[in-house]
Write a protein that binds this ligand. Structure first.
Ligand code: NDP
Ligand code: GDP
Length: 324
């Protein structure tokens, strides 16, 4: 019998790559997706990977506990990956309550549905390096204290602790992956890497002249989504549930990440980049740098794709998309 996985946030970047990985491993993959009048475009990421027909989509919303309970009864998953969230930090200041409800309380809804209907299922929570915010140690590990700097990060911290609490209170096999930024050609266009690679492709093709950014001195530890979804799966294969940092151990400024993209296209960054104060955030996370040692020691996870390889892949994908 094939193992069954239920993935919330299946229409997002990680949902698509995780579904691909699980299908390759022989899983029956069920995805929770919000019903939408634009359902024809909802599945674009799964279509990009050519797996839209292999995933079984169920209508559902993280805010709707009864729907989640019913889905858990119907699917009876062996593994549940909670990737759904309002995931964009900047929007979380515009929509703090919605972000709290979806990104925070939504975790309670999924955990409750698991506890009530499939308490032996293994559960993964998509936690975030944003929880470190105003960093308390130069390199962040599982033991570094948190200091969230946005409504998004506060909501993620709630989800992280609730996952630990359900593990300790009810014995659920619930793990929290503290993932540092990870990107890919399927990254949402509002995030800085994809915004940059899309703009570089447009400039290259003569469709645009400039790229407007905010704080380009911010530093991030960027990895590839494909590497990071592999870590999610590995976490759930461990006998004992635990929490893990997933990162590359290298940090780069937004400016230097941009240079990789511009250089690849044979463009000079100084001819096109404009700093726009409107794009600065009310509170910034200046630098993130993760220590993935525990994941390496416990289950041998290491990233395979470098930042340079990833940015080049993203520029090429955007050139291809825009040339169509
Ligand atoms: P995306 O923004 O690409 O995907 C988010 C997903 O959540 C989408 O499928 C979206 O559906 C879904 N969603 C939003 N609101 C709801 C809701 N109310 N009910 C059900 N589903 C909902 O995020 P990523 O794939 O990049 O990230 C996956 C998870 O990992 C997220 O929880 C994110 O916060 C977290 N994370 C991501 C990091 C990164 O660098 N990518 C780093 C650390 C953590 P729809 O398509 O309908 O909008
Ligand atoms: P985050 O780390 O989850 O907030 O991921 P983002 O990709 O949205 O942002 C990464 C960093 O890039 C943050 O420090 C932002 O302030 C910075 N940044 C600078 N300009 C921009 C911009 O125009 N858009 C976005 N999204 N981020 C920007």
């Amino acid at each position: 019998m094939a193992k069954k996985a239920l993935v919330t946030g299946i229409t997002g970047q990680d949902g698509a790559y995780l579904a691909q990985l699980l299908l390759e491993k022989g899983y029956e993959v069920h995805g929770l997706a919000r019903r939408s009048s634009t359902s024809d475009v909802n599945l674009t990421r799964l279509e990009w990977l050519g797996i839209e027909r292999e995933v079984r989509i169920t209508d559902g919303d993280l805010l709707d506990l009864s729907g989640l309970v019913r889905t858990m009864q119907d699917v009876k998953p062996d593994e549940v990956y909670n990737l759904g969230a309002q995931s964009f930090v900047k929007s979380s200041w515009q929509q703090p309550i919605l972000t709290g409800q979806v990104t925070g309380l939504g975790v309670t809804n999924v955990l409750e549905a698991v506890r009530l209907e499939k308490s032996d299922a293994r559960f993964y929570q998509a936690s975030s390096s944003e929880m470190y915010g105003l960093i308390q140690e130069p390199m962040q590990s599982e033991t570094t204290p948190f200091y969230p700097r946005s409504p998004y990060a506060v909501a993620k911290l709630y989800g992280h602790w609730l996952t630990i609490n359900y593990r300790e209170s009810f014995g659920l096999h619930a793990s929290s992956g503290i993932l540092f930024n990870h990107e890919s050609p399927l990254r949402g266009i509002e995030f800085v890497t994809r915004k940059v690679t899309d703009a570089v492709a447009r400039i290259k093709l003569g469709m645009a002249k400039e790229l407007r950014l905010g704080n380009i001195d911010a530093k991030r530890d960027w990895g590839h989504s494909k590497d990071y979804v592999r870590a999610m799966w590995m976490m759930l294969q461990q006998d004992v549930a635990d929490d893990y940092v997933i990162a590359t151990g290298r940090t780069t400024t937004v400016r230097d990440m941009c240079k990789i993209a511009f250089n690849h296209a044979g463009l000079n960054i100084d001819d096109h980049l404009i700093i726009d104060p409107v794009l600065f955030r009310p509170a910034e996370v200046d630098v993130l740098l993760g220590n993935p040692q525990k994941a390496k020691e416990k289950f041998g996870w290491e990233p395979k794709i470098t930042l340079e390889e990833m940015i080049v892949e993203m520029v090429e994908a955007d050139l291809k998309r825009l040339s169509k």
